[in-house]
Design a binder for this molecule. Structure first.
Ligand SMILES: C[S@@+](CC[C@H](N)C(=O)[O-])C[C@H]1O[C@@H](n2cnc3c(N)ncnc32)[C@H](O)[C@@H]1O
Length: 254
């Protein structure tokens, strides 16, 4: 089979945060497949075909990409951030797993991108400097009790937390409940970073103690970082603050 399928992470938004290999794969593609909003971030090329779809149709989008590649096209499937983090790479492999035997012989490559939590962490300092745990708060693809169980386990184990998909129109109350559960486990002073639309023109960064963390600070473009017992705030000369988690950890907190 001569077709190729590149699964490409576009990074958090700024063109400078797109990996050179990702740019190369996008330029080489005959067909681009992805959620409309993400496709809009790729500069148009007249010779390329675009196959945009709704955000909820991941498996169908993956099958389309595989069918096109099986016809001999050079296909790029795009995701924001990194395609392997709550995104299209897993959907493509799920489709291969359940699909045509011939799809297993396709030339499939995953091209990494800068995921939202790394872009957000870099904006405020180094909050992910020691052990951390990354969770999606969405209950679209797993039951809400599972989300809460994992959140409480990670907070109890004193990981720094990176929380993706915190809120949406269809999930308006879940973040409030998640913050309440965290407040019952962690000190009120725990630093919380709400990082919205990082590296895009509308970027907004807010650093608050957990006691003041409210779901109004988040929207669909926000990743939330919650500190561990070791995470510290550091005053900068200009009145702003860095957030960092030291490289070493002395012992298990009481
Ligand atoms: C479906 S997930 C996709 C994650 C993406 N694959 C990644 O690696 O960043 C969408 C979530 O990623 C986070 N996100 C994506 N881009 C972001 C950005 N530029 N700034 C902050 N959070 C972002 C938000 O939590 C959003 O709800």
């Amino acid at each position: 089979m001569s077709g190729r399928l590149a699964i490409v992470g576009l990074g958090p938004g700024a063109p400078g945060l797109l990996a050179p290999d990702a740019a190369e794969a996008l330029a080489a593609a005959t067909d681009l497949v992805g959620y409309e909003t993400y496709l809009a971030r790729v500069a148009p090329r007249p010779e390329q075909r675009r196959h945009g779809s709704d955000n909820r149709e991941e498996l169908e989008r993956a099958r389309l990409a595989l069918r096109l590649a099986a016809e001999g096209r050079r296909v790029a499937v795009v995701s924001s951030g990194d395609a392997g983090v709550f995104a299209m790479a897993a959907a493509v492999f799920e489709a291969v797993d359940q699909g045509e035997p011939a799809w297993r012989r396709l030339d499939i490559e995953v091209i990494p991108g800068i995921t939202a939590m790394l872009a957000a962490a870099a904006r405020v300092g180094a909050p992910l400097g020691h052990d951390f745990c990354c969770l999606s708060l969405s209950d679209n693809l797993k039951p809400w009790p599972v989300v809460l169980q994992r959140l409480e386990a990670a907070a109890s184990a004193d990981f720094v937390l990176a929380l993706y998909n915190p809120i949406s129109q269809a999930r308006p109350w879940q973040l409030g409940q998640a913050l309440q559960r965290l407040a019952a486990i962690l000190p009120a002073t725990t630093p919380v970073v709400f990082a919205t639309a990082v590296s895009r023109p509308e970027e907004r960064i807010e650093i608050v103690p957990l006691a003041e963390a409210a779901q109004a600070a988040a929207d669909m473009r926000t990743v939330i970082l919650v500190g561990s017992s070791q995470t510290r705030l550091l005053e900068r000369g200009d009145g702003r603050r860095w957030v960092y988690t030291p490289r070493s950890c002395a012992g298990v907190p009481a």
